[in-house]
Design a protein around this ligand. Structure first.
Ligand code: UDX
Length: 429
């Protein structure tokens, strides 16, 4: 099929590339000309495992094309996906101005029937607004359908999530676009749920808020574990073996971050409020997430007492492993809080250091994770990168002035660490 994706941010680029990979002809549109040039030349602006090779392969095969012209994208395809940012507003609501702008641009370029698919995460009822806008601005008076098709990809696993989705959600207002939408996703061999537009839009916010709730739940349980000497990982393992619960997203730590959970949670609370419902449960989820950071900081100050003039080594800056994304990263927040207390920092992240440089200043960026501990008073683990588990513990222990580690992601075994001579503090154990 011929498909156009408007917006080559995270979701747009990965989606467009995976569509090309399964054999569709894809045009990716972005108004940032420099980005379009970079992509045309085979470069990619983000780190995502497997993506770069896939972009190159599909560009060479002629199935993946980039342009800065929305009109070209709209005219050459029958199905147009909107994948532009929906950033948060100061009140927790969602800024839909990019979506509205694109809806007008699409309307202006349409010359025949089009299926306009919203992939961005939007508040319930946005599809209705998009349809009204296109109708208002489409001078050619051609027919069209609006479809909601939310994206569930996780950064760091985006290609995998897209190629092997758990489910595909398609929200429609009529039967007409259903066959085309099924044809788009047929090669992925995933279960497809066809529903109404409002339900499809709600599935995204409800799912992400539930996952955030799951993390906050285990973080709350970690407090009880610490108070009783229980081990939160053992509790999570036992809970997770119940298939109704599942083990995933039950890792206690310094809280969730990133550009989805915090934003989607605030948005869902604001949407609920505007519909007359006070979603207190989700407000509590936010509160627990914030407290988790405070509790971790307290662990550090309880042990080191005064942070002024102390040097702390921090492993991890990205908001989670396998990504270079540092937006809304708990690790960055932690670093900034430590700086505020007067500590100086030596930091390392396998992929996130370049992007961190604009957010985190006056720190020593260290290329080798095994060199971070040198001259430090303590080591902090802030991101759950697997490679941190391979840290040269003996070298780090000797390089520190005192062998103290605060592990905010529970990467090491407490008993083992004690045996190796560490003063080791983790979360809920
Ligand atoms: C999330 C959703 O998983 C995805 O389906 C949606 O489409 C976009 O939002 P993402 O933000 O990329 O994806 O990352 P995710 O893997 O969900 O992690 C989010 C945050 O939660 C990270 O900061 C991570 O460290 C934290 N987390 C995750 C935990 O603290 N504990 C866990 O058990 C899992």
């Amino acid at each position: 099929m011929k498909l156009t994706i408007i917006g080559t941010g995270y979701v747009g680029l990965v989606t467009g590339t995976c569509f090309a990979e399964v054999g569709h002809t894809v045009i990716c549109v972005d108004n940032d000309e420099a980005k379009v040039k970079m992509l045309q030349g085979g470069g990619i602006p983000i780190y995502e495992p497997g993506l770069e090779e896939m972009v190159k392969r599909n560009v060479s095969a002629g199935r993946l094309n980039f342009t800065s012209s929305t009109a070209e994208g709209v005219q050459k395809s029958d199905v147009i996906f909107i994948a532009v940012p929906t950033p948060p507003l100061p009140d927790g609501g969602v800024d839909l101005s990019f979506i509205e702008r694109v809806a007008r641009d699409i309307a202006g370029a349409m010359t025949g029937y089009k299926i306009v698919v919203d992939k961005s995460t939007v508040p319930v009822k946005t599809g209705e607004k998009v349809a009204e806008t296109i109708k208002r601005y489409c001078k050619a008076r051609v027919e069209f359908d609006v479809v909601s098709n939310p994206e569930f990809l996780r950064e760091g696993f985006a290609v995998d999530d897209l190629m092997k989705p758990d489910r595909v959600v398609i929200g429609v207002g009529s039967q007409r676009p259903v066959a085309s939408m099924k044809a788009v996703y047929e090669p992925f061999k995933a279960p497809i749920i066809v529903t109404d537009i409002n339900s499809a839009e709600l599935i995204k916010h409800a799912a992400n808020s539930f996952l955030a709730l799951k993390i906050s739940y285990i973080n709350a349980v970690s407090v009880i574990c610490e108070a009783t000497g229980a081990n939160v990982q053992e509790v999570a393992n036992g809970m997770g073996m119940d298939e109704r619960i599942g083990r995933r997203f039950l890792n206690a730590g310094i809280g969730f971050g990133g550009s989805c959970f915090p934003k989607d949670l605030s948005a869902f609370i604001a949407i609920s409020q505007s519909l007359g419902y006070n979603f207190g449960l989700l407000k509590e989820v936010q509160k627990i997430n914030a407290q988790q950071m405070e509790r971790f900081l307290k662990k550090i100050t309880d042990t080191l007492w005064v942070l002024k003039d102390k040097k702390i080594g921090v492993l991890g800056l990205a908001f989670k492993q396998n990504t270079d994304d540092v937006r809304m990263s708990p690790a960055i927040e932690l670093c900034q809080r430590l700086q505020k207390e007067g500590a100086s920092l030596r930091v390392h992240d396998p992929k996130g250091m370049d992007k961190a440089k604009s957010l985190l200043k006056n720190v020593e960026y260290v290329e080798d994770m095994n060199a971070v501990a040198e001259g430090c008073d303590a080591l902090v683990v802030a991101t759950e990168w697997d490679e941190f588990k391979k840290l040269d513990l003996e070298r780090a222990r000797k390089a520190l002035t005192h062998p103290i580690m605060f592990d905010g992601r529970n990467l090491f075994d407490p008993e083992e660490m004690e045996k190796l001579g560490w003063i080791y503090k983790s979360v809920g154990r």
